[in-house]
Every structure is written in structure tokens, then in C-alpha cells.
Design a protein around this ligand. Structure first.
Ligand code: ZN
Length: 382
């Protein structure tokens, strides 16, 4: 599946994973980027700090130089300057095509709500990778903000209109970014119409008439509405850019919400989770409808990322763990997310096989679940 790079060469990665379903990811920037532009997309920092050094001085930077450079016809660990010069020479589209083809992603489940004006639409993303298909995930806050913009009317209309737009949307799932706006203390029951009306009366537009919904009652109402509609609900958890108050993003804060929504049987997917991935694994074990991934943290931690997968697997049921890249902007992040995931999961399963702790049949079964079958089951993909 992986052309140009044989990940099975890595010590320990004795179990191949085959095609991947990426259940949480974003579009690519196909403009040519200068060094500052490239570093601006590398990790969750806005840019390289004038008080620090380059963002290439990190586990992610090493991983880009180690694994992406050869796909651009450079030696492994070519210096960052050389890498970026070659990237410019080939052009971002050709670089994206090469790297995306090497990911072995078969199906993309794309969060289309983050800067759609800057990145490739899902169909182009799938084309660049030679993938089989793509599906959209609809952001709750984006839909609600658009409704407020279109008709800043009463709460009754708001509730009806948001519900109608979500219900008629094509998404295979909804996504909440409550973590970014109000933290993860989502309510243990759906806010009443009166509570929603009172909350909306406090919501004001920004200078250009746009809205940024950040009210615990409104964001909580959106998450509850998504569960009532009955499509899988993705929740940003843990690690993110400096817009997030990470202290409020421990998934254990979702306990009341998970307890209250469990009987509905609608999957709730805890995204990224680092550095709270052990807590997420616990929740996935004890709540029937909770699922998790370790996207984003994986490529950022580079060669050290095996620990977070291993720590997740201590408790998470194998049927509750999914692959995601959470790549955004740079094809390099897709390549690394997939390569490291293949290496980490293949390596862990290989070590269990070698130790006689699982059979070859067990290893192939678990690899298939995590690489694609869990995502297909949860989102009803064909
Ligand atoms: Zn994300």
C-alpha cells in the first residue's frame, strides 16, 4: 500500500495494516509556502517564536526530515533549508500528490468547518491520494453561527432552523468545538427552551456581523441536539492551538454528558486526546458509545509517539480505537500520521505476537479494526 517507503522495514513493525480510514482530518494548502509560511502550518504554534528557534527543532521537524525528504528525492534527514528548497522546486501540488499517495488512506472523513477558504475540498484531497472516497463532517458551531448571521431572531426560530439545517446536511457526523469555546463541561441534560433563549439574548455579533459562539448553554444545546438527531458526534478533546484552554479539555469533564447520553446509543468520538489519552481510553471502556483516537499528537511526537498509542491500548477496547491523522494544511502531516501509526500499531501488535500474547489471527483482526473497520461501523460507511 505504501509506495516509496516500506514501513515494514522498521524494527518491530511486523504487522501490516493495509488501507486506512482517516476519521478526522482537514484539507491541504496547495499554495507554495515560504519558510515562515510552512512553519506556520507545522504544529499548533502560530509561528516559530522569535524568542525560540525554528519549529524544525522538534520531534516533528526530525520526522519531516527523516521520512518526507526521501519522497522528495532527498537523503533522509536532509537539512530543513534543503527540504524546503526542494519542496518549492517541485511545487506544493506535486509534493502533496507524492506524499498523499504514500499514505495508503482509502477513505477520508473530513472536517470541512475549519478555514474552508484556505484548503482543498474533500474531493481534491481524495484525488491527490488516489483514495476511494470521502465524507463530510459538519461543524455544529459553524452551522449555528450561520443561522444567527442569516436571521438574528428569537430562540424558537434559532432552535428550529439549526435543527433543520443539521438534519438536512449531508454529513456522516457532527463535530463540536465546545472545547475551544467553553471547555468540556457539557451539561448532563439538554438545556431547556427558556435557558436557550436566555443564553442567546447574551450572544452578540462581532464587528463584521459574524458570530463566535462561546456560551456554555448554547454550545451544550448544540451537542445535545446532535445526539438527538442521531448521527455520530465528534468532540475536540485535549491538544490544540493556543485558542484552547487545555486545562478545561480533559475528557473526564465529559463524564456527566456521556453518562446522560449513553442510553441513546449514538457514538461519541473523542478526538486527539493527548495528553489525556489514558483518560479517554478509560471513558471508551466504561461508556458504550464512547470512542477515541490519538490523532495530532502522533505526528507531533514523531519517533516518540509509540508511547501514547501503547498507553491508550492499556484500557481502550480494540473496537473503540480509531485511526485519525488530524492533518491540516501540509501533506507532510498526513504522511507522518499514517507512517507513524502503521509503525506504532504494527510494532505493538508485533511485540504481542512475538511474546505469544496474541495469535497471528488476533493481530490481523485488531489491525483491521483500528485501521478501518471501527470507522466503517461507527459512521456506517460502505
Ligand atoms: Zn482536529
Amino acid at each position: 500500500v505504501v509506495s516509496g517507503l516500506d514501513v515494514l522495514d522498521h524494527p518491530g513493525a511486523t504487522v501490516g495494516l493495509g488501507a486506512l480510514v482517516d476519521h478526522h482530518c482537514h484539507g491541504l494548502v496547495t499554495d507554495d509556502l515560504d519558510r515562515a509560511g510552512f512553519e506556520g502550518y507545522m504544529n499548533e504554534a502560530v509561528r516559530a517564536s522569535p524568542l525560540g528557534t525554528t519549529l524544525f527543532d522538534s520531534m516533528l521537524g526530525l520526522a519531516i526530515r527523516r521520512w518526507c525528504a526521501p519522497l522528495l528525492d532527498l537523503e533522509p534527514l536532509a537539512p530543513a533549508e534543503e527540504y524546503l528548497a526542494r519542496r518549492t522546486e517541485l511545487g506544493a501540488t506535486e509534493v502533496s500528490r507524492r506524499l498523499m499517495h504514500a499514505t495508503g488512506i482509502d477513505t477520508f472523513v473530513v472536517d470541512t468547518g475549519l478555514t474552508p477558504e484556505l484548503v482543498t475540498p474533500p474531493a481534491d484531497l481524495a484525488d491527490l491520494a488516489g483514495a476511494r472516497g470521502h465524507h463530510d463532517v459538519v461543524r455544529l458551531e459553524a452551522v449555528a453561527q450561520q443561522v444567527l448571521r442569516d436571521s438574528p431572531a428569537g430562540a424558537g426560530d434559532f432552535a428550529e432552523e439549526v435543527t433543520a439545517r443539521l438534519t438536512s446536511s449531508e454529513g456522516v457526523a457532527f463535530k463540536s468545538i465546545a472545547a475551544y469555546r467553553v471547555g468540556l463541561d457539557l451539561p448532563g441534560s439538554k438545556p431547556s427552551a427558556d435557558d436557550l433563549a436566555a443564553a442567546l439574548s447574551e450572544v452578540r455579533p462581532g464587528p463584521e456581523g459574524t458570530y463566535r459562539l462561546a456560551h456554555p448553554v448554547v454550545n451544550g444545546w448544540l451537542a445535545w441536539t446532535a445526539v438527538e438527531i442521531g448521527r455520530p458526534l465528534q468532540l475536540h478533546v485535549g491538544y490544540g492551538d493556543n485558542d484552547v484552554d487545555l486545562a478545561d479539555c480533559d475528557p473526564l469533564r465529559l463524564t456527566a454528558f456521556l453518562r446522560a447520553t449513553e442510553e441513546r446509543g449514538v457514538p461519541v468520538l473523542l478526538l486527539h486526546n493527548y495528553p489525556f489519552h489514558r483518560n479517554a481510553a478509560y471513558l471508551a471502556q466504561v461508556f458504550e458509545h464512547a470512542f477515541m483516537d490519538v490523532g495530532l499528537g502522533t505526528h507531533n511526537a514523531g519517533a516518540f509517539s509509540d508511547a501514547m498509542l501503547r498507553e491508550s491500548m492499556e484500557l481502550v477496547p480494540f473496537g473503540k480505537l480509531l485511526f485519525s491523522s488530524d492533518a491540516y494544511g501540509l501533506a507532510e502531516l498526513y504522511l507522518l500520521a499514517t507512517l507513524l501509526f502503521r509503525r506504532n500499531l504494527g510494532g505493538l501488535l508485533g511485540s504481542l505476537l512475538d511474546a505469544g500474547e496474541m495469535s497471528p489471527g488476533d493481530a490481523a483482526y485488531v489491525a483491521g479494526l483500528v485501521a478501518r473497520d471501527n470507522a466503517r461501523r461507527v459512521y456506517g460507511l460502505t
